[in-house]
Structures are given as C-alpha cells and as structure tokens.
Design a protein around this ligand. Structure first.
Ligand code: SF4
Ligand code: SF4
Length: 119
C-alpha cells in the first residue's frame, strides 16, 4: 500500500519490481502478477511511504511476520492436501530420482519465453 502523501515519486519501487508492476502509480497493488516478494517495499527510501499490509485490516506487516505467514500457510495447505489425498501425482520416487539426475539434459532447459512452433 503506497502512501501518496509521503511518496516522493522516485520510481525505485517500480524499478525493483521483478514483474514490472508500476508500483509508483498505484495506491494498492492488487495484481495477480505480484509475487509478494517485498522488493518494492525494501527499495523504498521513505519510511512509511510503501508498506505491506494485511488485506482488510490496514495493519502494517513486518517482513519477518509476512515470511512466517507465507511459510506457515504453505505448510498448512500442503499437509492438509497430503492427508486428504490431493497432493499426489503418478510420478514414482524412482522416476523422480532418474529425472533429477538428468537435469542438465537440454530437454529440461527453460525456454525463457521463446517457443518454437512445431509444424
Ligand atoms: S511485492 Fe514484489 S512483485 Fe509485488 S509489486 Fe512489490 S516488487 Fe513487485
Ligand atoms: S519507492 Fe517509495 S517513495 Fe519512491 S515512488 Fe515508490 S513508494 Fe514512492
């Protein structure tokens, strides 16, 4: 959440954003692209101009609390899904082991946005 009164329009938050959200132009970042990485808040030179706040409460969240919430929620969701049978796939442990050993194979190379169209 950006405080328009204290923001000095330096653009550092926008420059820091890894997914190119124009943070400096928003009052609140509601964007599905936002990773919640905290880089924009970290880069802001003005105390209180840009903070992470809990939706609906308006309270500023310390980054350590935020990190704890993210990890805690992930663990809760993952274990709930595991114990209810939703966290599984058909890849065996043996297949995982073989694939991990073959990670340098070109077929696993990230395309970085470039795709060839097969004809
Ligand atoms: S939290 Fe990260 S991804 Fe989200 S707006 Fe800030 S810098 Fe961008
Ligand atoms: S980094 Fe802080 S002061 Fe600079 S534009 Fe962003 S919110 Fe405003």
């Amino acid at each position: 959440m950006r405080n328009k009164k204290t923001c000095v329009d330096c653009s550092k938050c926008t420059v820091a954003c890894p997914v190119h959200i124009e943070v400096e132009k928003k009052n609140i970042v509601y964007d599905v692209e936002c990773l919640g990485c905290y880089d924009c808040v970290d880069s802001c030179p003005v105390s209180g101009a840009l903070d992470m706040k809990l939706l609906g409460f308006g309270k500023k969240i310390h980054y350590a609390v935020y990190a704890g919430l993210v990890v805690g929620l992930f663990v809760v969701f993952m274990n709930t899904a595991r114990f209810t049978g939703y966290w599984h796939n058909n890849v065996s442990v043996q297949e995982y082991t073989e694939l991990v050993q073959d990670l340098d194979n070109p077929r696993f190379k990230h395309q970085q946005g470039k795709f060839e169209i097969e004809e």
